[in-house]
Design a protein around this ligand. Structure first.
Ligand code: BG6
Length: 468
């Protein structure tokens, strides 16, 4: 009963949102490094000139590059058993297209993994989390098949170098974001469907090849896909609203369909036919997709949508806040994201029923403004409440519905830069970091109330959730 004995508790981050040191140790520029902050609810600006007066939050992050030992030690104090993190491709290949890797970048991640392993924390590593080398722009980034080869070279280097340290790999963070924010998903600026679908096609191919390569190098390697877990409910029992909801979900799920089943679903192929979208399929590609299906599914879950006739078919606005109708049954976060713990059980069942693959929750959490009291405490009861409700639903999915879940990695265990807005004040962490939206502050780490709470949850393997 309850959480399985070998269930892994932990947290998750992304290199460009926490490391900083954007030009240190031989690192090249990535697509994330040319994105400004946005403080007004509008999308972040992509610029070509980082010398201007604008603020580029990835340049400082929360200085995890310098503080990684302290940060991982704090994870260990909470009892973490896994840490989902990403490697910045540009630390290894500064422009993306080199053949020889940058040793300094490799050494940095050696140190990070060694620190994790010293504390018995299993690294779960994302190969590409919203940052593509800027040097690949000259090829058209993921719209060009050459990038698949560059990516494979990167994978080959990582799988061999970290063979003894890393077993769980995730290919592309929230690959379905290609439908809405192609710059973040793959360094693609143009929003037309042909371009986005060409880029996604190359990522599918790269992911399938990465799965095969990882298995060839070591049988123990497990490679997963990563899905931005948007779910939608129909606005009413009107069959048209229900139909619209199915269509909305298909727009999201087609990515996991390809990566888990190994082929494009008919509904998508028909849509391509209607819209004149052509996939750049070459000989053997379809076999590669078929043979490179993933070992597990990882996903993020933050919110749910309500859709009906006339609402958009993909998520829009800051992670979907403008996607559909407001759900009158749900409260929202300070950033307008609906808070829907039941949705977590729903999506776990949906994904397992559809693919029968093990699942990892690699992102879930509440972005909120935190206040440091005079005595240095941070009373984030709202975060505890959010996480507790979601974890209780997760337990039901495991216990009552029999969904095999390997891990829960809460998003942003120490405060990091927000991906959608570039803000710092949107905080998720158990650990507060003293830095403001402009990068000013001491960068000192402070434990929030939720730190001690999560510690008890992990220590009791979830039993503590039922105590209060
Ligand atoms: C996910 C991303 O979409 O949501 C993360 O994978 C991101 O990179 C997270 O940080 C939370 O979104 P935000 O915009 O609040 O940082």
């Amino acid at each position: 009963m309850g959480f399985p004995k070998d269930f892994m508790w932990g947290g998750a981050t992304a290199a460009n949102q926490c490391e900083g040191a954007y030009n240190i140790g031989g690192k090249g520029l990535s697509t994330a490094d040319v994105m400004t902050s946005s403080y007004n609810g509008e999308p972040r600006e992509i610029t070509n000139n980082i010398e201007d007066e604008k603020h580029y939050p990835s340049h400082h992050g929360v200085k995890h590059y310098l503080h990684y030992e302290e940060d991982i030690k704090l994870f260990a104090e909470m009892g973490f058993e896994c840490y989902r993190m990403s490697i910045a491709w540009t630390r290894i290949f500064p422009n993306g297209d080199e053949t020889i890797p940058n040793e300094k970048g490799l050494e940095f991640y050696d140190k990070v993994f060694d620190t994790c392993l010293k504390h018995n924390i299993e690294p779960i590593v994302t190969l590409s989390h919203f940052e593509t080398p800027l040097g690949l722009q000259k090829y058209g980034s993921w719209t060009n098949r050459k990038v698949v080869d560059f990516f494979m070279n990167y994978c080959d280097v990582l799988f061999r170098r970290y063979e003894k340290k890393v077993k769980y790999w995730i290919t592309f963070n929230e690959i379905n974001v290609m439908s809405t924010k192609p710059w973040m998903a793959g360094g693609v600026e143009s929003n037309d469907e042909q371009t986005r679908m060409t880029a996604a096609y190359h990522q599918f191919l790269a992911s399938a090849k990465a799965v095969q390569l990882a298995h060839q190098i070591n049988d123990n390697n497990q490679v997963g896909m990563m899905y931005n877990g948007h779910i939608a409910y129909p606005a009413s029992p009107d069959p048209l609203d229900v139909e619209r909801t199915t269509q909305f979900m298909q727009q999201m799920l087609f990515y996991s369909d390809v990566q888990c089943r190994g082929y494009y679903p008919n509904y998508k192929l028909k849509e391509f036919e209607r819209n004149g979208v052509e996939l750049p399929i070459k000989e053997n590609d379809l076999e590669i997709l078929k043979e490179g299906t993933v070992d597990f599914i990882s996903f993020s879950y933050y919110l749910s949508h309500v859709v009906g006739e006339g609402t958009p078919l993909t998520f829009v606005g800051l992670n979907g806040v403008k996607t559909g109708y407001k759900n009158p049954n749900l409260a929202t976060s300070e950033w307008g994201w609906s808070i829907d713990p039941n949705g977590l059980r729903y999506i776990l069942n949906l994904l397992y029923d559809r693919y029968q693959l093990p699942l990892m929750i690699v992102e879930n959490g509440l972005g909120a403004v935190d206040k440091v009291e005079k005595d240095g405490t941070i009373r984030d009861s709202y975060r505890i409440e959010y996480l507790k409700k979601h974890l209780l639903e997760l337990e039901k999915a495991i216990d009552i519905d029999g969904v095999p879940v390997i891990a829960y990695a809460m998003w942003g265990p120490f405060d990091i830069i927000s991906a959608s807005t570039g803000e710092m004040k949107k905080r998720y962490g158990f650990i507060y970091i003293d830095v403001d939206d402009y990068g000013d502050g001491s960068y000192k780490r402070l434990k929030k109330d939720s730190f001690y709470w999560y510690q008890k949850v992990i220590e009791s393997n979830g039993e503590y959730l039922k105590k209060e």
